[in-house]
Structure formats: structure tokens, C-alpha cells
Design a protein around this ligand. Sequence first.
Ligand code: EAX
Length: 326
Amino acid sequence: MKRIGRTTLLAASVLALALASAAQAQTVMRNSISVAQNSHQGVGVDVLAAEVEKRTNGRIIIKNFYSGSLGGERESIESVQLGTQELAGTSTGPIPNFVPAVRILDIPFLFRDKAHARAVLDGPIGDALLKEFDSKGFKALAWSENGVRHMTNSKRPVNAPDDLKGLKMRTMENPVHVAAYKGFGIITTPMAFPEVFTALQQGVVDGQENPLSVIMAAKFEQVQKYMTLTGHVYSPAIYLMNKATFDKLSAADKQAFLDAAKIASAAQRARVDQDDAQGVAYLRSKGMTVNENVDKQAFVAKLAPVFAQFEKDFGKDKIDAIRNYK
Ligand code: EAX
């Protein structure tokens, strides 16, 4: 009989061990958000992980990375598309660069309020937009919410649209926002979220715009003096998964992810509501000057030429279908 070498034996036993543990192995997936864990998005991805673990009896574990530690939103979306990261929780900020149909949701003053936006996203229009991700390498699990965006800056109180003229503001890497904010006379500076705090602190930009949830989670009150509740645009969020990773799951596990994402979305939206209810008082207590009484119609009127262009570009019928959705 041929002598079996020690190395071969060792390799064989290592392999046997690996196979035995693989039989009951856990799959570990990675998810990320650009904001801190103590935030609406943190609540969302934490609930998603807990629900997936519960629904797969611990076979699938999601490890969450917070505060942009795996990169900004655009980078995370790219990683999910490539499959180097399985999941990402993100705003729609950079999404038009990947799934152009979704850009319609980023039009300023499109939704009357959060309830209107949630109804659209949870209805047939939102479902159809989720399907647009399929051909781009993503499974979009569910819509969620980043919140209603407001403007902050370190230079002056903004009471009327013309006060925005000449302010240098960081924007998301989103072509719809950039086009609209230029309509206000803002000097737009698109930038990934993880860079924003330092850019504000060092005066690279005068201001930024985000929902109360994000402003508080990022502690922007430390580097911004003035806030105006412009509510100029609704900011959707979404849970994205690599399409190939999703497709490989059993039917039951696919359903587990879809159900978990719905529950996560509800929890994230509830935290947005809580942050909206408490945010102004909190930020004032931290020294910010907040203008709550905004003549919204003046801001809407200022964007008339921009809206005309969007109607041409995206289709007035499509925009009206969202505006008039009941
Ligand atoms: O998703 O980039 C942004 O301003 C986003 O609102 C933020 O990263 C949360």
C-alpha cells in the first residue's frame, strides 16, 4: 500500500472538518449605511438583520456597517451591483446614476407630505420602480424613507428663496437635485455624505440639506448655525441586494428577505416620524436658529422653469400620476 504523507492526511482532515461545518453553516452577508447606527437608517438595517436571522432560523446573518465605513452611498451601491457587498441601505441620492427611471422621485415639492410619498412608494408606482432595478444587477427589497429635506447653512438665516442665492451648498450626487437647486441660485457642490461634516467644518461649503433625522445623526448642529424648514424635497430610501445573491436563495428565504425588508421599512419610517416630532426642539437646544414659518409657495414658484424642464424630460403624465396619487 502506498504511504500517505502527513501533509495529505492533515489536508484531508481539515477538508472533512470544513465540510462538516458547512453542512450547518451560517451565511454571513454585509449591509451598510452612510449614517450612524443611532439613526432612522440604523434602526432600519438593524431590524432587517434581526428579522432575516429570525426568519431563516439563524442560517443567514447580516453584519451591518454604519457611518460610511464601507464607503459612501454611491460606492456601496456599486459594491452591491458588483457583488462584493451583498446589501446596502441607501437614500435615492446616487441611484439615478444606476437606475435612471427612479430619478422622478427626487423632484422637489413632488409629494404633499410623507403620507403621500409612502402611499406612492407602497403602491403600483413604487412597485414598478422596484422592478426597474432587476436588469441593473440589483434586487430592490423594499422602499423605505430618509425623510423630508431641509436647508442648513453657516452664513445667514434663509427666509425667502432669494436668501439662497450665492450660498455654496453640498448636494447629493443626484442630477435632479443639482438641477433644481441651481434654480434657487445655489452654488451646488455634489459630495459623498461621509465627507460632508468636515467640508462644513472647514468652510469648503456654506451649507447642506438633509432630513432632521440625518442632521441629528450626523451632528451637523455643531457646524451649522441656521436651519430653514424648506421641506423642499422628499428623500426616499431603499434596501438593495445583489441580484445574483438574491436569485440563489430558496423561495422561502427570498420571502424571508422581502418580509423582513417591509418590517424594517416600517421601523425606519417610525423613527423618521419620531425625529421629525423632536428634531426642531433638539436642534434649537443645541444652539441652531430655526425658521419654521416658511412661505413654501414662494420656494415652489422660484422653481417654475425647472419644473417645466422636468416635465419635458420625465413626462408630464408620469409626474402628474405621482402628484395626483390618492
Ligand atoms: O442617506 O447623502 C445624503 O445627504 C443622505 O441623505 C444621507 O447620506 C443619508
